[in-house]
Design a protein around this ligand. Structure first.
Ligand SMILES: Cc1cc2nc3c(=O)[nH]c(=O)nc-3n(C[C@H](O)[C@H](O)[C@H](O)COP(=O)(O)OP(=O)(O)OC[C@H]3O[C@@H](n4cnc5c(N)ncnc54)[C@H](O)[C@@H]3O)c2cc1C
Length: 380
């Protein structure tokens, strides 16, 4: 069998990419090791920019809307936010709808079919009928945090974070909306309305007592889901005729670690690169994908990773004190854009105010500057 593009992984990144490529007339085959499409272990909190990038209308899958919320430091200092923040979307039907739209535009899919490697420039896949070889012009790994395609390229990633989600009957008042509690450094727990129930999620390192943090909030719960979350984007997303997108490329926001927006935007940029390469009959994927992605998200990623690094080295008292300082600017930073978290918060604070914050916390800003330089050097 020969295809123009073999897309490994039918999550939102792989599905959106397949839709765009099939619509442009390319012969696309998606494979997914799961039999049933749809990620259960996701909060589905999607900002409005993300919703615009998705190839489907999410309205039928919206569970609730986030218009208000609270960020809370370990010692209980609260910062409120409000505005059109995000919609909560059920990822299972959403992922299926994205695949359906790709299929109705001509893409093909095989579920229960795993990519295992490459031999003589052909992909080896393992499905119900055993091993099969597939020839491709271009190969894309949209196969999530433990990407096998990335392994084939020989690229290593930083140890991922662990995310756990549960359902609870505990109700949240509408004024609270969404609550994020910082537990250690940049690792946190969140609780938000899910229909007439609530959902609690937690994110941390393997050494963190994640289940203990959940039980402190909801002693009884159901539907526990556990999944890994990439730590940070790779420096490069493609090599020759092979590219990575979404979690496989580590395309997640550095602070909240949400990955749908960055992955779906990545899929859009990658689709343009592949279509252009295909039309020019290039044997490799041209590199505008990578350049454009870094142009769009470079500042957010590098500044966000630097901020995270500094937070991770702070003790609870220092975190409380940072929250107390930020409270003075609550009104300005509260209507931030969750898809461009740092840049939107910074834009709302004027230059003189930024200077005032820096001067009031010189030690913090020296550490931040240090971390920022180190993050920029990492991605040089
Ligand atoms: C607890 C938790 C909460 C989250 N909450 C949010 C949130 O609120 N908002 C947000 O934006 N993000 C959130 N995320 C992150 C988000 O779920 C991911 O960033 C997103 O799903 C990545 O999409 P993707 O298409 O790159 O990969 P995935 O959705 O992981 O899809 C990858 C697909 O590849 C398949 N696959 C893997 N290996 C192979 C193989 N070898 N062969 C064939 N198929 C394979 C898998 O079966 C899977 O279907 C959360 C994550 C967790 C864990």
């Amino acid at each position: 069998m020969r295809v123009d593009v073999l897309v490994v992984g039918a999550g939102p990144a792989g599905g959106s990419l397949s839709f765009l490529l099939a619509r442009a007339g390319l012969n696309v085959l998606m494979i997914d090791s799961k039999r049933f499409i749809g990620k259960k272990s996701c909060s589905g909190i999607l900002g409005y920019k993300c919703l615009e990038e998705l190839p489907v209308n999410v309205d039928p899958f919206v569970v609730s809307e986030i218009k208000t919320g609270i960020f809370e430091s370990p010692g209980g200092v609260k910062i409120r936010f409000e505005g059109r923040i995000a919609k909560v979307v059920d990822r299972v039907p959403l992922d299926r709808e994205i695949i359906d739209v790709a299929l109705s535009n001509g893409a093909k899919i095989r579920t229960g079919c795993r990519f295992v490697g490459i031999e003589n420039e052909k992909a080896i896949i393992l499905g119900e009928n055993g091993y099969e070889k597939i020839s491709f012009k271009y190969l894309v790994g949209a196969d999530g945090v433990y990407s096998k395609v990335r392994d084939v390229l020989g690229w290593k990633i930083e140890a991922p974070y662990l995310g756990i989600q549960v359902f609870s009957n505990k109700r949240i008042s509408p004024e609270e909306g969404f609550i994020a509690k910082i537990k250690r450094g940049s690792r946190f727990l969140w609780i938000y309305p899910w229909g007439d129930r609530s959902r609690v999620g937690v994110l941390g390192k393997r050494i963190d007592p994640l289940m203990e943090w959940i039980r402190e909030i909801v002693p009884s719960f159901t539907g526990k889901e556990v999944a890994a979350i990439p730590s940070m984007p790779l420096k490069s997303f493609h090599k020759g005729n092979v590219a990575l997108v979404g979690d496989a490329a580590g395309q997640v926001k550095p602070l909240s670690r949400g990955g749908v927006y960055l992955g779906v935007k990545g899929a859009k940029l990658l689709a343009s690169s592949i279509i252009d390469s295909y039309e020019r009959d290039l044997p490799v994927i041209e590199d505008s994908y990578e350049r454009m992605w870094w142009r769009l998200f470079g500042f957010e990623i590098k500044a966000g990773l630097a901020f995270r690094k500094v937070l991770d080295r702070m003790n609870p008292r220092e975190l409380d004190s940072i929250f107390s300082s930020l409270r003075d600017y609550e009104a300005k930073i509260s209507s931030f854009d969750i898809d461009h978290q740092l840049s939107s918060a910074l834009m709302n604070v004027g230059f003189l105010e930024r200077l005032k914050i820096v001067l009031s916390r010189p030690k913090f800003f020296i550490r931040l500057l240090h971390a920022l330089i180190s993050c920029y050097l990492t991605y040089l």
